[in-house]
Write a protein that binds this ligand. Sequence first.
Ligand code: PLP
Length: 367
Amino acid sequence: MNDAAASLAHLLVREDVRAASAYHVQDARDLIRLDQMESPYGWPPQLRGVLAERLANAQMNRYPDPRAAGVQQRLRDAFGIPGRWSIMPGNGSDEIIQILTSALAAPGARVMAPSPTFVMFRVLAGWAGLPYDEVPLAEDFGLDADAMCAAIAQHRPRLLFLACPNNPTGNLFDAGALERVLEAARDALVVIDEAYWAFSSRDHLDWLDRHPNLVIMRTLSKLGLAGLRLGFLVGDPAWIGEFDKVRLPYNVGVLHQIAAEVALENFGVLREQTRLIAAERARLASILGSDPRLHLWPGEANFLLVRVLAGRAKDVHAAMIRHGVLIKCLDGGHPRLAGCLRLGVGTAEENARMLAALDAGLRETTG
Ligand SMILES: Cc1ncc(COP(=O)(O)O)c(C=O)c1O
């Protein structure tokens, strides 16, 4: 490292940026990767062939369509989004969260979310310079509507994030509690993040008609396209029109647009894969739920949350890696998640390996 560059960087870069760590992803070489809530399924060979042909004809010398109109139309068709709502595609939901926090950042503005929840809400509010208020979830990780309404009255947030189903807890918040929070936050923008919509028993798209303060965020990441990076926001044109000004004009590249179009034209294939994952989740839940060494929470996403009752979660996690399976250890990340592991749902074969590694880890660490 050049000393002059280092001292200049120290002088010029924001203090909070210097104090932060870069996003870290654990190396999963030679391991069954079940820590990032990805789909375990690749594309069938026939679809790969179609994709290869379409990509070969991509006009790489041209900038992409700045609105990704072809992607928007296919999103509308695949997800059944009525014409009265606008769509804004982003480079993953992460970029959309960044656009929202940038667009709403102003002196005095605050962001709110229940806790624990998806970490990028807090991280990206921070980079936009927005104070972030966390409201603890109830004992069972349900939405504590009384506490949320009181916190809304006290802090008057401008932007409120609600992940439904929530990550890392995996549960779907009660509809009545959500309605109360939406009503209490009628002077704020509420974002329901439906990243795990495809695995869940309820979605909130038709709530847009009743709540002018609501927008819905979704992603293709959990539908087998995590590598593509395509998220999108759905809402009233009044909201989307403003956010579209903050979005970088060419945020979805030529190759991304083609790949997303091919995927969405074959949405049935992706949906069938999500149905397999949901069925595997139910099977896993019945096994994990009857294990006296664990506490299992009900999950409506493509992962399950358990607390290790016998032994230490960190040791179980390390033992599982030795047995060739990577899951997420949440112990130490948040006080409410002490002793917790997040288990991604893979193929039936991967899940069998995961259960065997978990069993071995529990046996080895409790002696
Ligand atoms: C609740 C939630 N929202 C958004 C995302 C990120 O989605 P994307 O891959 O589209 O950035 C995740 C990823 O794990 C998530 O858990």
